[in-house]
Design a protein around this ligand. Structure first.
Ligand SMILES: *Cc1c(COP(=O)(O)O)cnc(C)c1O
Length: 524
């Protein structure tokens, strides 16, 4: 058997696998109810003496009833969350080919550095004189980001890619306002990540789409035709979400600037070009960088993201507060408009209460220092090599719409190879779960039909890629060979079967009530 990940797929075919266990669990992976179903109301996990209240200092606001929190002992709590975690999939468990997400290994050195008490145990309201080391680290990271992008300024506080987009567009809005310009349109290519048009709308702009050409790049002529006095900015992703480098960047930048607009670049895919291409050289005015993608800090449930935004000379004065400044005796924070104004700056406001994701800054800095400038360029090279290996190894059995040339960091396939098989992109994704893999990104980007976007990242070994490729080839051949049984109704081996995603999105059950249906029913 090639693929060693996940549970054995032979079990399903084995008749002995079809008995009901007495416990209701399946092997060593347990079914786990909600914490409210196992905890007992009114019970406390620790024995504390009833507090003796001599004077009620709550002004009559003392709680009368119970809050309704489940009572469990410490081992019960630990088991609950460990059992839940075993139903989850993680980059630490296996290859995670989710395109556009750069699910690379999170080095343990980063974790060790982030846990140093001088970084981990500080509070954002501590006097600035006591957190000089932390400010120095933020400044050093900012320096690296500016160096890698050849941009003069960076706003460090945004907490995700989408938050960075919001920061960049707010800076653009403030700049137009400062120049007396009333521009309300943002041009966004069809292949853009959903956050791009969503952010533009949130910041109060109107979104207009720019079509892609037959090479999967922005249609330059169509873009130029849309430029006009109402256009505030063009928002472009490079490398784009088809995994392709946009080759007309300089020409686009010149046209955008000539039309009085700004050039926003979605830099979420920076991993493909870090250390090799400096976005500042391409004429970009603002670009967010996802530290949780390119710089290996954990994503989502594994930790908050961080989306610093580099800014051009034209946008730098509008960067949000707080600003870190270096002076003779160390670092200072500029926290208010008056102080900023005294320095000729016009911050558009703030993105969050404090300074950003300190823990992520430490991890990203540790990653940069352990790679060095040459190592980061190697990261990009290896990420592109791995994606091209996947593309070259699969394009004879799958269909790659832009497969003629090399790709950047991710390989894009469409569902043409599934034509007349009755198997869909969704079925392939679900069958991958049975094979022990998190699915690839599916149905995105929208410019190709039934898209499957695979981003292996540079941290996968050739062996790991070969195992994954063998599974994908096997699934493609089974789909074409009319073996529908393993697709329809997949996943068969996951803790939950195929979910009703529409119902989950439209009628989410977010509140537990004692009479609620079981978790399994609610999900399926
Ligand atoms: C991931 C991603 C984003 C959004 O980043 P978040 O940190 O998830 O908000 C935006 N654009 C592209 C192209 C991305 O891949």
């Amino acid at each position: 058997m090639m693929n060693k990940q996940g549970r054995s797929t032979h079990g399903a075919a084995d008749e002995h696998a079809h008995f009901e266990t007495i416990s209701g669990d399946r092997g060593l992976d347990h079914e786990e109810p909600l914490i409210f179903e196992i905890g007992r109301l009114g019970k406390c996990g620790v024995d504390l003496p009833e507090p003796e209240i001599k004077h009620d200092r709550l002004g009559g606001l003392r709680r009368r009833g119970t809050v309704g929190l489940p009572g469990l002992s410490e081992p019960e709590v630990v088991r609950h969350f460990v059992r839940l975690s075993r139903m989850n999939y993680a980059i630490d468990a296996g290859l995670y080919p989710l395109g556009s997400c750069t699910m690379k290994h999170n080095p343990r050195l980063n974790e060790k550095m982030a846990r140093l008490p001088g970084f981990a145990d500080i509070h954002p309201l501590q006097p600035v004189s006591t957190v000089q080391g932390a400010l120095a680290l933020i400044e050093q990271l900012a320096h690296w980001l500016k160096l890698l992008t050849n941009m003069p300024a960076v706003a460090m506080s945004p907490k995700a890619g989408a938050h960075g987009e919001q920061c960049g567009l707010k800076a653009i809005k403030a700049a137009h306002k400062a120049h007396g310009q009333k521009r309300n349109v943002i041009l966004v290519p069809e292949s853009a990540h959903g956050t791009n048009p969503a952010t533009a709308a949130l910041v109060g702009f109107t979104v207009e789409e720019v079509p892609a050409n037959e090479r999967g790049r922005v249609d330059l002529a169509a873009l130029k035709a849309k430029l006009g006095p109402n256009v505030a900015a063009v928002m472009l992703t490079n490398p784009n979400t088809c995994g392709l480098f946009e080759n007309d960047m300089r020409e686009i930048a010149d046209a955008v600037h000539k039309a009085g607009a700004y050039f926003y670049c979605d830099g979420a895919n920076f991993n493909a070009i870090v250390g090799r291409v400096r976005p500042g050289d391409l004429g970009i005015d603002a670009m967010h960088i996802n530290l949780h993608k390119t710089f290996s800090t954990p994503h989502g449930g594994g930790g908050p993201g961080a989306g610093p935004v580099v800014l051009s000379e034209a946008l730098a004065p509008f960067a949000p507060l707080p600003l870190i400044v270096h002076y003779d005796n160390g670092f200072k924070l500029i926290e208010d408009d008056a102080e900023a104004k005294a320095r000729d700056l016009k911050p558009f406001g703030r993105m969050c209460a404090f300074h950003g994701q300190m823990g992520m800054f430490v991890r990203a800095m540790a990653y940069m220092l352990s790679h060095g400038a040459d190592g980061l360029a190697q990261v990009a090279g290896d990420a592109v090599l791995n994606a091209n290996y996947v593309l070259a190894s699969l394009k004879d059995v799958m269909s790659a719409p832009f497969g003629q040339g090399p790709c950047m960091h991710e390989a894009l396939f469409d569902d043409a190879f599934l034509k007349d098989t009755g198997v869909t992109t969704l079925d392939i994704a679900k069958a991958l779960i049975d094979e022990g893999y998190h699915p690839m990104t599916m149905y995105f980007p929208l410019v190709v039909h039934g898209a499957m976007l695979i981003e292996p990242t540079e941290t996968e070994s050739k062996r790991a890629l070969d195992d994954f490729i063998a599974v994908m080839r096997g699934l493609a051949e089974k789909a074409q060979g009319n073996d529908k049984s393993r697709f329809q109704g997949a996943p068969f081996l996951a803790p939950r079967r195929r979910l009703d995603e529409t119902a989950a999105a439209r009628k989410p059950v977010l509140r537990w009530t004692p009479s609620a249906k079981s978790t399994a029913q609610a999900a399926e």
